[in-house]
Design a protein around this ligand. Structure first.
Ligand code: HEC
Ligand code: HEC
Ligand code: HEC
Ligand code: HEC
Ligand code: HEC
Ligand code: HEC
Ligand code: HEC
Length: 526
């Protein structure tokens, strides 16, 4: 790598020699000649003091005007008491710089030449060159026609380019390293099984730390678990440059640092657990195994019911008949109730609480941070739909809010990643009417003045939005029957003259939504 860079650099310098040299070449070589002729006896440039001081960098020690005066007649400047001149004179007391009879122009040419040799990088190696005064140590750039500024520019470009290559190389090496590690220690299904035991806490860790599943669940649950699920961990971190095992030995987040403090995993444990977590990549959370407890109870009680009936009618084993009657009635009530319940459960999505791709909590935002519904759902007042906020809306705050009290950085990182990659978040829809039903938020929120809470429940208390209303036809129709409309004040209803008359004569006390036609089939069905 290094060699390559040096090669590129040299090549560039050579190219610049040829290319740029032509214009400034004449002045440069004249400067070198003049220097050789008038100054080189006492001065070197970059080779140390001779009779007079080394002139390398002299342009930084004095300004041009001063140099011109000094080189013309050093003694005049020294005698005038110029402190810098006095200082250098006392240092080289024994030697005196003679007055030169050079024109201003020529002196400028010499100064320009001295300047041109001052290249701090790349520093030209001194080589032996032929001068008028015989063989002499000189400078490889001497007499050459390179503009040093140009070299600096080019070489800094080369450096930057080299830096980029270096970075790239580093990244590639990192990836190879990860790949290597993954290949070297490709876990077997036994390793994965061991990791699962540890993760689930069926086998305890050496350090007796908490089981991972106590925070990172592997089953779908209805309530919000703020900690990332095991699947979430796998899917998030296998897409990064992190190697899961390293992550477990050296946690990244404050939360995990706290968890593992004093409960560090051993190298082996980390390997097994990492194998298990990685094995969950691209999977989904498992449905909680359904408990059959209710079914067994149901069968047991149905059996009692049957026995009671058959004893009552045929076998007559139990003498006091009322026992059988009571048993039958109780068990019948239970069975009937359970049957109706399970039948209605199938139909309605009431209570539907899907998990969302990001753990967005209304409780955190609306209740704890006092954000109004309308800030995010900005159209219920004038449109059919309320609208789900875009990522941009989230980023108004989350460009600055980087972590949450409950979830640390994990969830907000997802948000930022989606924003960076411009991929919208796929929120799972909670409320949904069939296509053949028309429902308008504006009608209900703005005209009927219904609160969100009436239909959606107390959303500000929810971490996960749940559907609290059945959204059935009966639900809509009943509310229309029972809810009074603001009849008198609304000019839309002026042409309901019959209703107005009835109100005036006291025949009816109020007008409900269904009376103005809200329960006509075509109002709700296209
Ligand atoms: C005979 C020797 C001699 C020659 C030839 C000579 N100088 Fe000097 N130069 C000196 C000495 C000695 C000093 C130290 C101050 C002094 O004593 O005047 C000096 C100082 C300087 C300084 C101030 C350097 C500093 O670091 O403060 C400059 C600039 C300088 N000379 C430029 C030139 C130039 C340009 C030429 C050629 C045109 C030249 N000198 C020729 C001997 C010489
Ligand atoms: C007390 C709850 C808790 C326990 C116990 C716990 N974790 Fe975590 N873990 C978290 C939380 C919360 C985060 C996310 C924090 C964040 O991103 O800011 C997390 C993050 C992680 C991460 C992502 C990388 C990192 O350093 O943040 C990995 C991997 C992880 N946990 C693995 C495990 C394993 C393996 C175990 C069992 C040995 C375990 N966790 C036990 C709460 C826990
Ligand atoms: C900070 C932004 C924000 C605020 C404030 C907010 N919401 Fe939401 N709301 C969302 C996001 C994002 C979703 C989609 C994810 C979800 O369902 O949790 C959502 C979903 C919902 C849903 C379910 C939509 C569906 O899919 O059927 C309802 C209902 C809802 N919000 C009502 C409210 C009410 C009522 C308020 C005020 C009390 C409110 N929201 C305040 C961002 C917000
Ligand atoms: C008006 C500002 C604001 C907007 C808009 C906003 N948030 Fe937040 N969000 C916050 C604040 C404040 C917190 C709480 C930080 C804390 O817990 O200290 C937070 C916390 C969170 C958390 C972490 C909760 C926790 O306690 O761990 C998530 C995840 C989150 N927001 C997602 C979203 C999403 C998704 C959106 C867009 C639909 C959004 N936020 C819009 C201000 C906002
Ligand atoms: C009269 C009952 C009712 C009221 C009041 C109501 N909603 Fe809804 N909301 C619904 C129904 C029904 C749906 C399902 C609509 C569909 O699937 O077309 C819904 C859907 C939503 C949705 C999801 C999709 C969408 O954009 O429509 C959001 C978000 C929502 N409501 C927010 C609100 C907010 C915020 C308020 C208060 C300003 C509110 N709702 C007031 C009944 C209501
Ligand atoms: C909380 C009570 C309530 C619920 C629940 C409700 N509505 Fe309404 N709805 C009203 C009221 C009140 C009005 C009368 C608004 C007005 O015009 O003043 C209305 C009006 C309407 C209208 C307009 C009727 C017209 O005269 O143009 C339609 C359509 C409608 N609702 C559809 C529905 C559907 C579909 C559902 C169920 C998904 C539903 N509503 C649920 C209270 C409700
Ligand atoms: C206030 C609004 C509203 C009115 C008025 C209304 N419906 Fe409905 N209807 C609904 C809703 C909401 C559903 C969807 C219920 C569901 O998905 O469970 C529905 C569903 C239906 C279905 C389909 C049932 C199914 O299984 O999908 C039929 C058929 C139907 N309505 C007929 C009618 C007829 C006929 C009328 C007039 C007498 C009428 N509706 C008036 C709101 C209304």
């Amino acid at each position: 790598m290094k060699h390559k860079l040096i090669f590129i650099r040299t090549a560039l310098i050579l190219i610049s020699f040829l290319g740029i040299g032509v214009q400034s070449g004449y002045a440069q070589s004249e400067g070198a000649d003049l220097f050789d002729e008038y100054c080189a006896d006492c001065h070197s440039i970059g080779e140390g003091d001779m009779k007079g001081p080394d002139l390398m960098g002299v342009e930084y020690r004095y300004n041009n005007k001063w140099l011109l005066k000094f080189i013309k007649s050093s003694q005049t400047v020294i005698k005038a008491g110029d402190p810098a001149a006095v200082k250098i004179w006392t240092k080289f007391e024994k030697n005196k710089m003679p007055n030169t009879k050079l024109s201003d122009e020529k002196i400028q040419t010499i100064i320009a030449y001295i300047k041109s040799l001052n290249t701090s990088k790349p520093k030209p190696k001194p080589v032996v060159v032929q001068t008028k005064k015989g063989l002499k140590k000189g400078n490889s750039n001497k007499g050459s026609s390179v503009s040093n500024q140009k070299i600096d520019e080019l070489s800094s470009k080369v450096d930057a380019f080299g830096g980029k290559i270096n970075n790239l190389e580093k990244k590639i090496n990192q990836l190879i390293e990860i790949q290597k590690k993954a290949l070297q220690s490709k876990p077997t299904s036994e390793d994965i099984a061991k990791g699962k035991e540890l993760f689930l806490g069926r086998k305890s860790f050496n350090s007796k730390g908490a089981s991972c599943v106590s925070c990172h669940n592997i089953y779908k649950i209805d309530s919000l678990n703020w900690n990332p699920s095991a699947v979430d961990l796998a899917n998030t971190y296998t897409q990064t440059n992190y190697y899961m095992k390293d992550l477990l030995l050296k946690p990244q987040s404050d939360k995990m640092k706290a968890v593992s403090k004093g409960h560090e995993l051993t190298d082996n444990e980390a390997f097994y657990v990492a194998a298990y977590i990685n094995s969950l990549e691209k999977t989904e959370l498992i449905e909680l195994p359904k408990s059959h407890k209710n079914l067994y109870i149901f069968i047991f009680i149905a059996l009692i019911m049957t026995l009671a009936v058959s004893d009552l009618l045929f076998t007559h084993k139990i003498k006091p008949r009322w026992i059988n009657v009571v048993l039958f009635l109780l068990s019948f009530a239970y069975v009937a109730n359970a049957t109706v319940n399970s039948a209605t459960e199938i139909d309605l999505s009431e209570g539907y609480t899907p998990l969302q791709p990001i753990k967005f909590s209304h409780k955190v935002h609306v209740k704890q941070n006092d954000i109004k519904c309308i800030f995010c759902h900005n159209s219920p007042e004038f449109s059919k739909v309320s609208g789900i906020p875009s990522l941009n809306a989230c980023m108004i705050c989350h460009k600055k809010v980087n972590s949450g009290t409950n979830s640390g950085k994990f969830e907000i990182n997802k948000l930022k990643k989606a924003y960076k990659e411009k991929t919208p978040i796929k929120w799972v829809r909670v409320h949904s009417l069939p296509d053949h039903v028309f429902f308008s938020h504006a009608q209900h929120v703005t005209i009927a003045k219904q609160d969100c809470i009436t239909c959606h429940g107390d959303v500000k208390e929810m971490d996960l939005v749940t559907q609290v209303s059945p959204l059935s036809m009966g639900w809509c129709v009943n509310c229309h029957k029972n809810t009074e409309v603001n009849f008198k004040k609304n000019k839309f209803y002026r042409n309901f003259t019959e209703l107005h008359d009835a109100l005036k004569s006291g025949k009816i006390k109020k007008v409900t939504a269904d009376q103005i036609g809200a329960n006509d089939c075509q109002k709700c069905h296209y």
